[in-house]
Design a protein around this ligand. Structure first.
Ligand code: FAD
Length: 296
């Protein structure tokens, strides 16, 4: 199917992009990697009258650490940039584990992390990862910049907290309060599929004790699920068989899976528990070798 008729603009400054969105009055859409927007337009699930292509905007293709260790990922950073990033491999085990599991190489070459957050697909992998890491999205609009915590950024399935005339310019992962470890595991029917079940775990340990933990789920509910109780079960405690089992059980309880052609709700809930246990029992640490790991 062909998309419905639309106008196309490719501004060269962020200010111009914001003005175009503002003038579009809610009928305009940002185009980043186009890996979600274009299929939706072809199916006519989305019919914007104006496309604002941000690919010509300078200075948005970066991922870099601040002096304090916070990580900033610009709006034009592609999944593939993150998949091949030495910085992520050295310092962000959960992100490094997830990056090779997004879609397939063709999609990863064009799609962006920030675009994935904006798209707010309950089956999007990055939203869980950024949520587990306590990250946020920086939005810029006519009134200036604001930071939106990831926990408030997704307002529902395929809905985000941006105003119609705001561009998400970057995602920010805060500095770790201790040594980072964690991982991302994804159950998929075939390589390149969206998650049947995805689990992101991010832990920061000071000494033997967990200083901060985040656990978030992909594909097992109407939106990305933040397992706050499961994370709280780890915080302030050492990682032991008992604390891991308690957290895994609470994460499984937080899941809201539905029975469908990819498996029963019971099976998916079981996989959440298994993945949380598996990651926490054998986490990747900041700095260890990272290889793509798809769940069998
Ligand atoms: C075959 C296929 C398989 C896929 N498999 C997976 C998968 O396994 N896991 C997964 O997580 N994803 C998957 N995806 C989705 C993919 O990751 C997309 O790249 C991502 O969801 C959207 O990023 P994008 O840059 O392409 O955004 P676009 O498609 O350009 O935009 C998506 C939406 O976000 C908005 N948007 C984008 N960037 C901004 C911005 N900076 N500011 C404001 N609004 C913005 C757009 O207006 C649009 O509404 C798949 C896609 C395809 C085509």
């Amino acid at each position: 199917m062909y998309p419905s008729r639309f106008s196309y603009e490719a501004p060269r400054t962020l200010g111009e992009a914001i003005q175009l969105l503002h003038d579009g009055g809610g009928d305009a859409k940002v185009l980043a990697g186009g890996q979600s927007l274009v299929p939706l337009m072809k199916l006519r699930f989305a019919a914007p009258t104006l496309i604002v292509d941000i690919n010509n905007l300078p200075g948005l293709a970066y991922h870099q650490a601040d002096a304090d260790g916070a990580l900033r990922i610009g709006a034009l950073t592609r999944h593939a940039d993150l998949e091949h990033s030495d910085l992520l491999r050295a310092s962000q085990p959960t992100m490094a584990a997830a990056a090779p599991l997004i879609a397939d190489p063709i999609v990863r070459n064009r799609g962006t992390l920030v675009g994935s957050l904006c798209h707010a697909d309950p089956q999007g992998d990055w939203a869980s990862v950024v949520l587990a890491l306590g990250g946020s999205v920086i939005a810029q609009g006519p009134a200036g910049r604001r930071s939106i915590p990831m926990s408030a950024f997704v307002s529902g399935p395929f809905e985000n907290a941006l105003a119609y005339d705001e561009v998400a310019v970057e995602a920010v992962i805060p500095a770790a309060r201790g040594t980072r470890s964690g991982g991302y595991l994804k159950l998929e029917r075939r390589v390149g599929d969206f998650a049947t079940v995805g689990v992101a775990v991010a832990v920061e340990t000071a000494g033997d004790v967990v200083a901060r933990a985040g656990i978030a789920l992909t594909g097992v509910g109407g939106a990305t699920i933040n397992c706050e109780e499961a994370a709280a079960a780890l915080t302030g405690k050492p990682l032991t068989a008992d604390t891991i089992s308690a957290a895994a059980g609470l994460a499984a309880q937080a899941a809201r899976p539905r029975t469908d052609h990819r498996g029963s709700a019971e099976y998916k809930r079981h996989m959440v528990r298994t993945f949380v246990e598996r990651i926490l029992t054998n986490p990747r640490h900041a700095g260890n070798g990272v290889t793509a790991e798809r769940a069998a």
